[in-house]
Design a protein around this ligand. Structure first.
Ligand code: TGC
Ligand code: FAD
Length: 392
């Protein structure tokens, strides 16, 4: 892959809206991605392997639990810093951002919010340091968009719970040390359980042959009469709202992350358009290519403003699930459109691993599907503005 020459677009001087701490956090993440991710990521994506050697670096830039309090090993940052870290990581690769999103929003968040003090102290510092990697099991083979009818279940056996069922499409599963798993008790109520690698009957087979998120490891979680200690049940929230609450945090991170992928595609296409000569002049001098670049920077700028405002609302504890859905849906759609246009601007070179665009394009096909599909988020917005539920 070519040297990482990335220069971030800031068309509306949005840096003025950031604090010194935001900029420090963002710049440290950006430098780390340039140094430790960009030089290796294409190779790992081609080999369909997650680069485990970057786990320590992710922990150092605060990507594991950015807003988790420092007393539990987190970085104690605000929501905009969290978003900026996700933007920079996804500028490198969506699969690396997936690992950070899952660890922070889908594993550390529920342990912090729904766990007890003993669980927080046992798991959070090791997860923040990257000593343990976590995964989040909600989706099942028969239930993706509609997780409320999940089949995975557990039974109270007196001194432990007995867990049975299967989860599918689980990021980090093949090498995760712990899994936050959502399952129904005998009354049909959904609870979160912390399942640890090594528990008898628990296996995590890898999912192969993905054309998307190839540098992220995806797998299944299989529970065959797994004995889960009673102290591993998250005691402070139950019902479908518990896993959906985690999704709010992860979807917000994805809204920022998608901007990173889009910025990388735009920046690459802009540089290429100024250098590539056809018909005796740079292709960037042709109106059709300028139209693509002008529309890209317009959409990136709109997404940056939307997402910054959402971060402010989250910091003030005022953001709604529907506002987060709008940002996730808009920004991923924006990024996938930009990746496609940018790919065309590079002509044949655009399909090679010499440039990052094709990898971003393929990755975004997963991002537009996971954490609620593009259409599910449209229905959440539709329900919010009409008050009418299209799901039921
Ligand atoms: P519904 O009846 O609307 O809600 C059930 C209960 O949950 C409450 N609730 C929420 N609570 C907190 N946060 C939210 N975002 C919430 N949304 C809803 C709701 O108030 C209700 O509470 P209560 O007390 O009345 O029971 O639920 P539904 O069954 O109709 O489903 C609604 C729907 C379709 C929007 C929801 O199920 C959904 O979002 N589906 C999409 C599934 C999804 O996003 N799965 C993601 C899996 S994880 C993943 O993809 C990780 S990829 C990670 C990576 O690699 O980056
Ligand atoms: P389905 O729910 O079967 O949907 C198929 C199609 O039908 C979609 O287009 C959908 O929009 C549409 N559809 C469904 N319902 C409606 C409706 N009511 N109205 C209109 N259209 C509808 N899950 C986890 O729990 N943890 C993870 O870590 C995780 N990581 C993932 C990593 C990758 C790479 C991928 C691809 C997925 C991951 N997922 C994870 C699963 C992801 O969240 C689901 O794929 C997603 O929620 C969609 O579920 P599904 O694939 O079963 O599609």
């Amino acid at each position: 892959m070519k040297a990482d020459l990335f220069q971030a677009p800031d068309y509306y001087q949005l840096d003025d809206l950031l604090t010194e701490e935001h900029k420090l956090v963002r710049d440290a993440s950006r430098e780390w991605v340039k140094r430790d991710v960009s030089p290796i990521i294409e190779d790992y994506a081609q080999r369909a392997e997650f680069p485990k050697q970057i786990i320590g670096g992710l922990a150092e830039i605060g990507a594991f639990g950015p807003y988790i309090p420092e007393q539990y090993g987190g970085a104690g940052l605000d929501q905009i810093s969290y978003g900026l870290i996700m933007q920079e990581i996804e500028r490198g690769d969506s699969g690396v951002r997936s690992t950070a999103s899952v660890q922070s929003s889908l594993v550390m968040y529920p342990i912090w919010k729904y766990g007890n003090e003993a669980q927080r102290n046992k798991y959070l510092p090791k997860l923040a340091a990257g000593e343990w990697i976590g995964c989040f099991g909600l989706t099942e083979p028969n239930h993706g968009s509609n997780p409320g009818v999940m089949e995975t279940k557990f039974k109270d056996m007196g001194d432990h719970y007995l867990l049975n069922g299967a989860k599918m499409w689980i990021s980090n599963a093949p090498f995760a040390d712990v899994a936050v798993v959502w399952a129904k008790n005998e009354e049909g109520r959904i609870h979160g359980l912390i399942v640890e690698r090594g528990m008898e009957g628990f296996s995590t087979p890898e999912t192969h042959n993905k054309w998307s998120l190839r540098a992220s490891s995806t797998g299944e979680l299989i529970f065959d009469n797994v004995k889960v200690p009673k102290e591993n049940l998250l005691p402070n929230k139950s019902g479908l709202g518990a896993p959906l609450g985690c999704l709010d945090s992860a979807r917000y991170g994805i809204a920022w992350g998608a901007i990173g992928a889009a910025m990388d595609c735009y920046d690459t296409a802009l540089r290429y358009a100024k250098e590539r000569i056809q018909f005796g002049k740079p292709i960037g001098a042709f109106q059709l290519q300028q139209k693509k670049l002008a529309e890209m920077i317009t959409e990136i700028t709109k997404a940056q403003l939307l997402t910054w405002r959402l971060g402010v609302l989250l910091n003030e504890d005022k953001a709604t699930t529907a506002q987060i859905s709008m940002a996730k849906r808009n920004n991923v759609d924006m990024a996938i459109t930009i990746a496609r246009e940018a790919r065309q601007m590079l002509g044949g070179m655009g399909i090679t691993g010499e440039y990052s665009i094709m990898r971003h394009s393929m990755n975004l096909e997963s991002v537009i599907t996971y954490e609620g599909t593009h259409d599910i988020h449209l229905l959440i917005t539709g329900m919010d503005v009409t008050g009418l539920n299209a799901f039921k």
